[in-house]
Design a binder for this molecule. Sequence first.
Ligand code: ZN
Length: 161
Amino acid sequence: MTDKITANKVVTLTYTLRVDGEIIDQSRDGSPLLYLHGAMNIVPGLEEQLEGAAQGDTVTATVPPEKGYGPRIGEAQEVPRHLFPDDAELAAGMQVIAHDDEGRQIPFFITGISDEAITVDPNHPLAGETLHFEVTVEALRDATDEEIEHGHPHGPGGHHH
Ligand code: ZN
């Protein structure tokens, strides 16, 4: 019986991600992606479409924004530089977590930096985009109890503590 992707499998993938025909991301040679199936390590739409795939399968998955990085929510805005701590390491593309008055976490992405202002965008860079994945299942194994407890894979290519 061939092993299939189900919850609590650690899956090794190579992948190419395209948006509007342009390659946005891909696994580099020799460094495939490891994820724990069913643990939301990857976008939900891709996880859904990989369910039941076997080692060696190539899966082409089209993922709409609501099952990818979400719809766009609001606009980028400039925040005065002095509102950030002096020693904060800030870089374009970085995700920062702000807290509202009730302590809820609000993630932002830094999209621009000048001496006076930081441009922050509440949208993930791929929010609102339809994602086209081409994924090959390179390997597949049962997760350990520890991996299931942590919600991510361990070992080479996985999470290091
Ligand atoms: Zn862990």
